[in-house]
Design a protein. Structure first.
Length: 148
């Protein structure tokens, strides 16, 4: 089961860190306590819609963009087999996992990649709790077009 507050928190933290901003800077701009914002980012608290809008505004992001990112992450997790089910430790002689799904044994972490554009890291914290982290995979090479 995916905890929506964790996916929202991960998305907010990724945006904040992508801007190289501190919790203090964003919490001041959003008029929320630093501790509460930290709890939201860690998925321990679920923000109200008003508070989420204030945090997005402080980050210079649209609420719809953040919710779309969260929705895409959850939708991707729902479509991939075995991501949202409890993970069990597999014996060494079991069949190998497909190339698209890699499991780090005894840590409850799976790395799942779809079509090469999105990577999803899933950590199974307990049978009913999973943490999803999604990142967009950027190609190493870019097409360069020159006009003369």
């Amino acid at each position: 089961m995916v905890l929506l507050r964790r996916v929202i928190g991960d998305a907010l933290r990724a945006r904040r860190q992508g801007q190289h901003r501190t919790l203090r800077e964003v919490s001041t701009a959003a008029n929320v306590s630093l501790g509460y914002l930290s709890e939201i980012e860690r998925g321990q608290k679920e923000p109200s819609s008003e508070l989420l809008a204030a945090i997005c505004d402080a980050l210079g992001a649209r609420l719809s963009e953040l919710l779309r990112e969260v929705s895409d992450t959850v939708a991707l997790a729902e479509q991939l087999p075995g991501v949202l089910v409890p993970m069990q430790d597999e014996p060494a002689e079991s069949k190998p996992a497909p190339v698209a799904v890699r499991k780090a044994t005894n840590r409850g972490v799976r790395q799942v990649t779809s079509d090469g554009k999105v990577a999803v890291s899933v950590r199974q914290d307990s049978p009913l709790k999973a943490t999803l982290r999604s990142t967009r995979v950027r190609p190493a090479e870019r097409d360069v077009v020159c006009a003369a």
